[in-house]
Each structure stands twice: as C-alpha cells, then as structure tokens.
Design a protein. Structure first.
Length: 156
C-alpha cells in the first residue's frame, strides 16, 4: 500500500489530467510555496490560481506522470505536459521533475524543475533557439507570466 502522501500526489496529477484546478488547489496547504523556472515564488492562493489559469487556457493538453514516491515529510514525481503554446501555436512537450514537502496531509511546498531553454525552443521557435538561454529572455518570460497571473487573479 502506498503512503497517503503518494496518494495525494497522484490525486493532484490525476486532477491535472482532467484540468480540474479546484481539486489541485485543495491538495495544497493554505500557505503553500510553489516554484518553477517561470513562476519562481508563488505563495498561498497564488499557487492555486496559477493552476486555475493554466487549466483554463490549456489547448490540446495531455499529461502523464510516474515515479511517485513519498513518505510523511517529502515526495517526488515525474510528469510530462504536452500542449499548444497559445502565443505561437507551437506544441510543447515539457518533462518535469517535481519535489514536495508535506504538512498535516497537505502539500506545503511544491518545486518543479525543467529546462527553461528547452521550453523556449519549443514554445518560441527560432527566437527561443537563438535567445532562450539568455537571462533577459528568461526574465521577460517570467515577467509576462507574472502579469498574466495578476490579470487572471484580478478578473476572477
């Protein structure tokens, strides 16, 4: 029998497969901390709202996950998101390594790791290939994503 926190991770990604951001957000502690190469420091409701925004905008989306392991304190999973990047129409296949911390049966910390340059090459095409490694391009992507999340939260 798997640990309850491994089941929590599986519930989170199964909900994501169905673009069910509300169930995903309910897996998080109120003061959750989330980070990835784009959204570098989301806290509390921001994390749930990020998933709500991404699920609402998802196009041609599919997700697979495996390697779920967890104990009472921490956990890990691998997942792959495949989708159409709306700004360019390009298909992105993004493999991600996730790590988790738990508190009181909830996810209190969620960190996703992926190669942002590889993502930019897929999402942005030639511009991403030529400049996606550059800090100014990666920072611009972060700023645009942050503005998108702020606008989403304002209009909720």
């Amino acid at each position: 029998m798997s640990h309850a926190n491994a089941e929590l991770i599986s519930r989170f990604y199964t909900a994501f497969q169905h673009l069910d951001a509300e169930t995903m957000a309910r897996c998080y502690a109120e003061d959750v901390q989330f980070s990835d190469p784009v959204f570098t420091d989301l806290r509390g409701a921001q994390a749930g709202d990020m998933w709500r925004m991404l699920c609402a905008k998802a196009q041609n989306f599919s997700l697979s996950f495996d390697g779920v392991t967890a104990d009472e304190h921490s956990g890990r999973a691998r997942w792959v998101a495949t989708y159409t990047f709306s700004q360019t129409g390009n298909t992105v296949v993004n493999p991600i390594e996730a790590s988790f911390r738990f508190r009181d049966g909830m996810i209190s910390e969620h960190r996703d790791h992926f190669d942002l340059w590889k993502w930019t090459r897929q999402a942005l095409g030639a511009k991403g290939l030529l400049l996606g490694w550059a800090p100014f391009v990666q920072n611009a992507i972060r700023q645009q994503a942050g503005k998108g999340l702020a606008a989403f939260q304002k209009n909720r």
